[in-house]
Design a binder for this molecule. Structure first.
Ligand code: F6R
Length: 340
């Protein structure tokens, strides 16, 4: 285990491994920051909307997955410059941007004001914090100094809190705290499993499949492999992928590997679809790898899967000899667009 961690640290000069392993601390710190922000309830909100991009958006999707059937109102993630045309005037809107300078999120912050929405902000600073301060909009302050995608625990907690203040779902502070303890207990096993999955993947391009609870996790794994590993990776939700994408595996010629993210709460037919899809893909894939979410609560299983995928992406970065933290392509694009 120590030898593996040393391999991961070789090019990880910014200490992303430590940040990923600190997820339990991030969750507890997030709960404390949320309580300190004393957000006002918005009981009349007919919908809750999380606006953000990339690492600052995924918390919204993960919150929907964790809350599952507890949700009694729409909880939606908006990635882009505009709110949906149907967004209700009294919606509770969380504008979440780690840097506070992401142009799409700033545009949604303005759009939410025009809509008359009840706004909340989660950020480390930037223009978003300045505007919120000037407008009297409550801010959940986040700790600076990590890549935005590593703040996933914070973004998740704030999104679940948005659902709570909008009375779209009960607060799940106790469940989050329990998940933090679960992650601490499982840290070694999760690290070992990440190394195993990286071995099984080898040099194949991964395609991550999720359903229900694991749908946003599959997308998170894809984006972490992209950003940390600087590698192509893809994700799709089932059952949909079993109605179209499954046919494309025939042309994979063993270059792609399929990773199926299973969970006990998935619909029994989804579980059966995973099995059958895996069997049909197997002859064409470099590997078919099944990964089961472990944990008693949905939140524990979800966050363990997030940590597992983050660690997998660090293993893939190490194997390909790249530093996981810098994301030159994204920085170059922002520079080209004149975006801060
Ligand atoms: C960087 C990352 C990106 C950013 C995205 C939005 O680590 O994950 O996906 O999250 O470019 O920037 P922020 O989070 O600052 O609003």
């Amino acid at each position: 285990m120590e030898g593996q961690a040393d391999d991961l640290r070789a090019r990880d000069s910014e200490g992303l491994l430590e940040t990923v392993l600190a997820l339990p601390d991030h969750l507890r710190d997030a709960l404390w920051r949320i309580e300190s922000a004393r957000l006002r309830p918005v009981p009349d909100a007919s919908a809750a909307i999380v606006c953000g991009m990339g690492g600052s958006a995924i918390g919204g999707d993960l919150a929907v997955a964790a809350l599952g059937d507890l949700l009694t109102k729409p909880l939606l993630t908006v990635r882009g410059y505009e709110l949906p045309s149907w967004a209700p005037a009294g919606a509770a809107v969380l504008c979440s941007s780690y840097s506070g300078d992401t142009e799409e999120t700033l545009a949604c912050y303005a759009a939410a004001e025009a809509l008359g929405a009840d706004r909340v902000v989660a950020t480390t600073g930037g223009q978003l914090a300045d505007s919120a301060r000037a407008d009297g909009v409550p801010v959940v302050g986040l700790p600076s100094g990590m890549p935005p995608r590593a703040a996933v625990g914070y973004m998740f907690c704030v999104a679940t809190e948005l659902a709570a203040i909008a009375e779209a779902a009960p607060a799940i502070h106790t469940e989050i705290d329990g998940a933090a303890t679960h992650l601490e207990m499982r840290a070694e096993a999760v690290q070992a499993r990440a190394a195993e999955i990286a071995d099984l993947l080898g040099d194949a391009v991964p395609v991550f499949y999720g359903a229900g609870l694991t749908s946003p996790v599959a997308y998170r794994w894809k984006t972490q492999v992209n950003e940390n590993g600087k590698l192509p990776a893809f994700s799709s939700p089932l059952p949909e992928a079993s109605h179209n994408e499954i046919a494309g595996w025939e042309g994979s010629r063993q270059r792609l590997a399929c990773v199926m993210l299973s969970d006990v709460d998935q619909h029994p037919r989804e579980i059966r679809r995973f099995e059958a899809t895996g069997e049909l893909i197997e002859p064409h894939a470099a590997a078919v790898i099944r990964v089961d979410a472990e944990g008693v609560t949905r939140t524990a299983r979800l966050l363990e899967m997030v940590m597992l995928g983050d660690l997998l992406s660090l293993h893939l970065a190490a194997r390909h000899g790249v530093a996981p933290s810098p994301i030159q392509a994204i920085d170059a694009l922002k520079a080209k667009l004149g975006s801060p």
